[in-house]
Design a binder for this molecule. Structure first.
Ligand code: SF4
Length: 574
């Protein structure tokens, strides 16, 4: 990505050098090369090194009278990366990392899932959701050898493997490294799996191939220990304006590829538009900052944003420790000014009128056969039952990808995957071989947009069996009703909102529903009218405390009401 610079990039870089000086002088900071900052010796006992940024933030908040949460103290007492030898020994002794060590071991990608499974879950990192078929097969082999013999595609276009016992946790994550993958930093207070447009590089309508940017950010964050000291988790996504939504507006940082028109004082062409503060579980989408970023500056800008967040995020209240709350407290201008100081360069602003309309995404492009921009080639979207794959199915898909495709397996945030590079002449054979694995390439409008978090089968926070009830809803509706338009139904188990119930046309959030005087059963509160992208909207609550067994009929009624009452077939629920 470095290489030759276009004229626009050269102009930007020239401006960058002078901007560095201007911004720093204006703010009273030392100019680059001036040496004054480098010469200043740290005070005695002042933290230094890569952990200094978050240790100083902790100290400042304590000095201001705030009480650090237990997770912050755990990070300070023993950095989770420094505990790796201890975790290796615990694995040899057959012991799980529990309690506060469960928090620490999440920095290595292992989660103790108790009491539901008394096992580890491992969450990988797969930048842009794209991995090689041989890696996909390798994950299957690891899941067979060390886990429960299956894996799930997650809502961050990632893989999770469950039912890993105590002695197999460390061998599993070390096995990932052997096949060129990692789980490092995929849990706890870290920058999570980097998502991008799943059809990057093959999509006829994309503005940007997001893969190199997701990859560069992935390696950047993996290799700088200073970027592991966040107050809470942090999500970054790159959307290249392809046909399948990457849901970048639900991320802390959403880079959206946009075309800038001529005549607005900035170089026309393709830039990233910077959106910040998305966290739909807290009812907020990433908001447009008015900032646009040259494509090759995305990593530097994201780095500066994260550093400002590390220094300023709340470390005394986990519920308020996300970027959104810094933005709410400071306002965008103060935050962006701080980013400019950290970056050492001014950011570029562009008015909304300068941004050309973005191409629409297609809510069914992740399912079935679609022509690529390369003539004669196709991607084939495989339907997974709420993201689940057996290891045999994974190995079978890897073989199909190698035999008929380009050897890539592309995961999507819609809990499914694509096989790319399939020749027109091979499409029928690929569909037949996928069917022989017990999978499909076609789904009803309800199944195609059905998303569910782990739920009570594997998550201690869940109030309900999300995947089980989601299945029941889809089976029931598909049995009694032909829904004639794509519908997103998102079923989440608790307020953490891993399945993003607030962006579903219909959203369900788990609840313990009172029955009679003393009993409680699993159920849901049901919301309606959410959306994303051009239709971004936070769903509103429609009805509370619906028993799980009653949800299929309630959802059927909602869908019947929608189809009968809409003014036009494409009218959204919102
Ligand atoms: Fe667990 Fe809640 Fe996330 Fe579902 S939304 S996986 S129940 S934390």
């Amino acid at each position: 990505m470095s290489g030759d610079f276009s004229p626009d990039q050269k102009r930007y870089l020239e401006g960058f050098v002078s901007g560095v000086q201007a911004v720093r002088v204006a703010r009273g900071a030392p100019v680059l090369g001036g040496g004054s900052a480098a010469a200043a010796a740290p005070a005695l006992n002042e933290p230094t090194g890569p952990d200094a940024i978050h240790l100083k933030a902790m100290a400042a908040q304590e000095k201001a009278g705030k009480k650090l949460v237990a997770q912050e103290k755990a990070k300070r007492d023993e950095h989770p990366f420094d505990a790796y030898g201890r975790f290796k020994q615990m694995a040899k002794d057959g012991q799980f990392a529990k309690s506060i060590d469960d928090f620490r071991i999440r920095f290595h990608g292992l989660f103790y899932v108790g009491p539901t499974q008394d096992a580890y879950m491992c969450r990988l990192r797969i930048h842009n959701g794209v991995l090689k078929a041989w890696q996909f097969r390798g994950v299957a082999d690891l899941a067979d050898a060390h886990g429960g013999g299956y894996s799930h595609v997650t809502t961050r276009a990632n893989l999770q493997v469950r039912e890993i016992d105590a002695k197999n946790g460390v061998p599993f994550i070390e096995g990932l490294v052997d096949i060129g993958l990692t789980a490092r930093g995929s849990g706890a207070d870290n920058i999570r799996n980097v998502t991008g447009t799943p059809t990057a590089g093959i999509d006829p309508q994309e503005l940007v191939d997001t893969r190199p940017y997701a990859k560069e950010w992935h390696h950047h964050i993996l290799n700088d220990r200073a970027l592991y000291g966040l107050p809470r988790k942090f999500n970054v996504a790159f959307d290249g304006a392809g046909r399948i939504a990457a849901l970048e507006d639900t991320n802390d940082i959403g880079f959206q590829a946009v075309e800038i028109r001529d005549g607005f004082g900035v170089a026309p062409g393709v830039w990233w538009r910077l959106a910040l503060g998305g966290i739909t579980g807290h009812k907020d989408f990433a908001r447009d900052t008015g900032v646009i970023v040259p494509l090759d500056e995305a990593i530097r800008v994201a780095d500066a944003i994260v550093r400002v967040f590390i220094a300023s995020g709340d470390r005394s209240d986990r519920a308020k420790a996300r970027l959104k709350y810094v933005l709410d407290a400071w306002g965008f201008e103060k935050f962006l000014a701080e980013v400019e100081t950290t970056l050492g360069a001014p950011l570029t602003r562009a008015p909304a009128e300068a941004v050309a309309p973005r191409p629409d995404s297609d809510r069914l492009a992740h399912i079935g056969v679609h022509p690529q921009k390369q003539a004669g080639l196709n991607w084939v979207g495989v339907v997974l039952r709420l993201g689940k794959l057996t290891c045999d199915q994974m190995r079978g898909l890897a073989t199909i990808s190698e035999r008929y495709g380009d050897g890539d397996v592309r995961l999507t945030v819609w809990q499914n995957l694509l096989l790319s590079g399939v020749k027109d002449a091979d499409v029928a054979a690929v569909e037949a071989e996928i069917a022989a694995l017990g999978l499909a390439t076609q789904a009803s409008n309800v199944r195609a947009g059905l998303v569910a978090c782990t739920g009570s089968r594997g998550c201690k926070f869940a109030a309900a069996d999300t995947k089980g009830f989601a299945d029941q809803i889809a089976d029931h509706v598909d049995g009694v009703l032909a829904v004639d338009t794509p519908v997103n139904i998102h079923v989440t188990g608790c307020h953490h909102s891993c399945a993003q119930h607030y962006i579903g046309d219909i959203g369900l959030i788990g609840a313990k529903v009172p029955v009679g005087e003393e009993d409680m059963v699993e159920g849901f509160h049901i919301l309606v009218g959410g959306g994303f992208g051009a239709d971004a909207f936070i769903a509103r609550e429609l009805v509370r405390d619906v028993k799980g067994e009653d949800c299929p009929a309630v959802v059927e009624k909602m869908l019947r009401g929608y189809m009968a009452g809409r003014a036009a077939p494409d009218e959204t629920f919102a």
